[in-house]
Design a binder for this molecule. Structure first.
Ligand code: FPP
Length: 248
């Protein structure tokens, strides 16, 4: 148990915007707008707590199947949020990264995403990863395809393909795996988020609907994270022995 441990990388499945709106007799779109406000507050809260990587699942590969009207409204919301927030994110030392199948997004959104990434590329306080048109299976498949290309080009032998090579081709290549996954909205599922990278993440599920998620809920998740022992497949005795070696 390490009561002071702060995760390096927090990943969040933001669920519950629609129900939040319905509870207030408002259109789903109002829930999504409130969701953007909650995302903004959580980015700031994570930066203040010294968390260096935050990944937000904003739109999944499966979300394309929502009614066309909702998908269109969400895409406009992402575009507006990008326009509005990038200056302040940049000013606060946040580096923006996007993961997902960009080719499925509009040319305008793709261009704004690339510009935001370029503008914030040297910021180091917090890396904010926004998953848009992202699916964990898509990610693993595109990594496998990239490795197959390397093999076909004679740059890699088939028997050299290992976990490290595959990880280098995933969307989060070069970033630490999430230590903590938070999912709001009451469901206990990973829903095709970072399937490979979440292998050893601690999971925190809360009934809180995403627009209601704030500092108190984040702190509850962080407190639980600090209290658990992460064994990565080892026994408790091995961990105690390793800690003893580290202290020497
Ligand atoms: C989850 O609620 C909502 C989404 C996955 C859509 C988009 C997320 C946001 C607008 C939050 C802001 C994010 C960024 C990074 C700008 P839901 O619609 O699935 O809710 P329900 O389960 O209650 O219907």
């Amino acid at each position: 148990m390490n009561p002071t441990a702060t995760p390096v990388h927090v990943a969040i499945i933001m669920d519950g915007n629609g129900r939040w709106a319905r509870q207030r007799m408002m259109p789903r779109q109002a829930g999504h707008r409130a969701g953007v406000r909650a995302a903004r507050a959580v980015v700031e809260a994570c930066a203040r707590r010294g968390i260096s990587h935050l990944s937000l699942f904003a739109f999944s590969s499966e979300n394309w199947r929502r009614p066309q009207r909702e998908v269109g409204a969400l895409m406009r919301l992402f575009l507006e949020a990008l326009e509005r927030e990038v200056d302040e994110l940049h000013g606060n030392g946040v580096r923006l990264r996007f993961i997902g199948d960009r080719s499925s997004l509009s040319a305008e959104l793709q261009a704004r995403m690339a510009a935001a990434e370029e503008r914030t590329r040297d910021n180091a306080r917090l890396v904010l990863v926004v998953a848009l048109a992202y699916g964990g299976r898509w990610d693993i498949a595109q990594a496998a395809r990239a490795l197959a290309d390397d093999v076909a080009a004679g740059e890699l032998a088939p028997d050299q393909v290992d976990e490290a090579h595959l990880a280098q081709r995933l969307a989060l290549a070069g970033m630490p795996d999430p230590d903590l996954l938070i999912r709001t909205g009451g469901e206990h599922r990973i829903s095709n988020f970072l399937l490979w990278n979440l292998a050893y993440s601690e999971c925190w599920f809360t009934d809180c609907l995403w627009p209601d998620f704030g500092e108190a809920e984040l702190d509850a998740a962080l407190a639980r994270f600090a209290a658990v022992e992460r064994r990565f497949g080892l026994t408790s005795e091995q961990l105690v022995a390793e800690e003893g070696e580290d202290a020497c």
